[in-house]
Design a protein around this ligand. Structure first.
Ligand code: CMX
Length: 437
């Protein structure tokens, strides 16, 4: 067993004992009551899940194992002469619960490089889809095609003890994460670069190699990828992609099937697809107004028109957050260093200056501040990754780190099949009548 796996198992065993004791002593303690509105309206605010890898504070934003994004940018290992954290380090932190050393991160980079070979049938499956197929559909399909490699699925059908589930889920997790950049880059080169594919470079880190296979050798872009793949990785357990992966995994569907479910959820425009929608909205704004750098007054009018048309302003709002997303701020800081003069970047900043007040004035939007998706497109366009319908695939490659680390935890902690109770509107009406009687 590798040392990362050993450490994960030791930490998880300790946690399992603690959870057993908590349930024994406090299992009947109520976290909170559920209202009728919560049952009808997306279960917003109900605490009904335990996810170890990260925790979201509505005002402060995400913390991964207690570390904020600025702290992680400072503390996680980097490549030599690099400034941005290596996502391998965040994965280690989410899995083991402690900050990694450079050696730990190098070990994960090397493991993923070693396991990155994608079987040919996966490329055949991608090739069977029309080239025009949306990249997220190609990505989900490819993840399902990779499922033939599942060690968990094979071991389960041969018969294994419950105590061994975590081991096979861990192995599948490491292999799947190792292969995702190759699959994603293949989809990109097939769809936009005339199928001129680029072979992996096993000497590069996970993000650097991904950038290389996409066809970008600029060190600035590689640094952007390291930051991007770190900050999109996890956002506690209730968001659609994390929850879907966890839910499907709770049926003991293997990590490939579970992750494919999460990615199908990420492909929705209210979740991960918003990054594509944001840049389209900004480019439409620039085109409609006939300028790359519209004034704040022009932008304000455009936002109001979007709202009047009954559309959402993409990249703004959040189900949990109530302040500017620190993932937005991290990208803004990156842009200030690398491309402060880019007109689309400047437009993103001008939107940030005017949108919150307008959204707040509607009186119904609970969070008028930007989320992670409000900035990413402008940065990617700056470096020449201009095909915005690919952007959610980048989000998906990153999200694998969080949701699959969580899946390892789910199996190591023996979490059971998830099955909340649902009721009908008729049941609710009867319930209200009984309460009032
Ligand atoms: N523009 C216009 N209207 C918005 C809005 C926005 N950016 N954000 C919320 N609203 C509206 C909602 O549609 C809702 O309207 P109705 O009452 O008419 O149905 C009302 O304001 C209240 O919504 P809310 O409680 O503030 O927000 P929700 O928790 O229901 O939804 C989210 C959260 C993210 C889906 C929503 O803010 C939104 O659609 N934003 C734009 C899409 C986006 O950026 N998504 C990415 C989120 C981050 C991610 O998951 O990747």
């Amino acid at each position: 067993m590798g040392f990362v796996k050993d450490r994960f198992k030791a930490t998880a065993d300790q946690q399992l004992l603690e959870i057993k004791s908590i349930i024994e002593k406090h299992g009947n303690t109520k976290l909170e009551d559920v209202t009728i509105a919560q049952a009808f309206q997306g279960m917003r605010g109900i605490t009904g899940l335990v996810t170890e890898t990260s925790l979201l504070d509505s005002n402060e934003g995400i913390r991964f194992r207690g570390f904020s994004i600025p702290e992680l940018r400072d503390k996680l290992p980097k490549i030599e002469n690099g400034n941005e954290p290596l996502p391998e380090g965040l994965f280690y932190l989410m899995l083991v619960g402690e900050l990694p050393s450079q050696e730990d991160v190098d070990h994960i980079s090397a493991t993923w490089a070693r396991r990155s070979h994608v079987p040919n049938h996966v490329f055949d499956v991608i090739e069977a889809l029309p080239v025009a197929t949306h990249p997220m559909t190609q990505f989900c399909t490819a993840v399902l095609a990779l499922q033939t490699e599942s060690k968990f699925s094979k071991a389960y059908s041969e018969g294994i003890s419950k105590k061994e589930y975590w081991d096979y889920v861990y192995e599948d997790t490491m292999t799947l994460i190792a292969r995702l950049p190759r699959v994603a880059a293949y989809i990109y080169r097939r769809k936009y670069k005339n199928s001129e594919h680029i072979q992996p470079d096993g000497l590069l880190d996970w993000s650097g190699n991904f950038a290389h296979m996409l066809g970008f050798e600029d060190e600035g872009f590689k640094e952007l990828m390291r930051l991007y793949l770190t900050i999109h990785a996890d956002h506690e357990g209730g968001n659609v992609s994390a929850h879907a992966t966890h839910l499907v995994g709770s049926a003991l569907s293997d990590p490939y099937l579970s992750f494919a479910a999460g990615m199908a959820g990420l492909a929705g425009p209210l979740h991960g697809l918003a990054n594509q929608e944001v840049i389209r909205w900004i480019e439409e704004l620039q085109e409609t107004l006939g300028t790359q750098e519209p004034s704040k007054e022009q932008i304000a009018d455009y936002i109001k028109t979007t709202l009047t048309q009954g559309k959402v302003v993409p990249g703004y709002g959040h189900a949990v957050l109530r302040k500017t997303d620190p993932r937005f701020t991290a990208q803004m800081e990156f842009a200030k260093t690398h491309c402060p003069e880019n007109p689309t970047v400047k437009t993103v900043w001008n939107v940030y200056d005017v949108a919150p007040a307008i959204l707040e004035a509607t009186g119904k939007i609970k969070n008028p501040w930007p989320n992670v998706d409000a900035h990413s497109g402008a940065l990617l366009k700056h470096y020449g990754l201009v095909e915005e319908d690919f952007y959610t695939v980048l989000f998906g490659v990153s999200r694998a780190l969080g949701v699959l680390a969580s899946l390892c935890w789910d199996r190591a902690l023996n979490f059971p099949i998830e099955r909340p109770k649902s009721v009908t509107t008729e049941w609710v009406k009867n319930f209200i009548d009984k309460q009032q009687a």
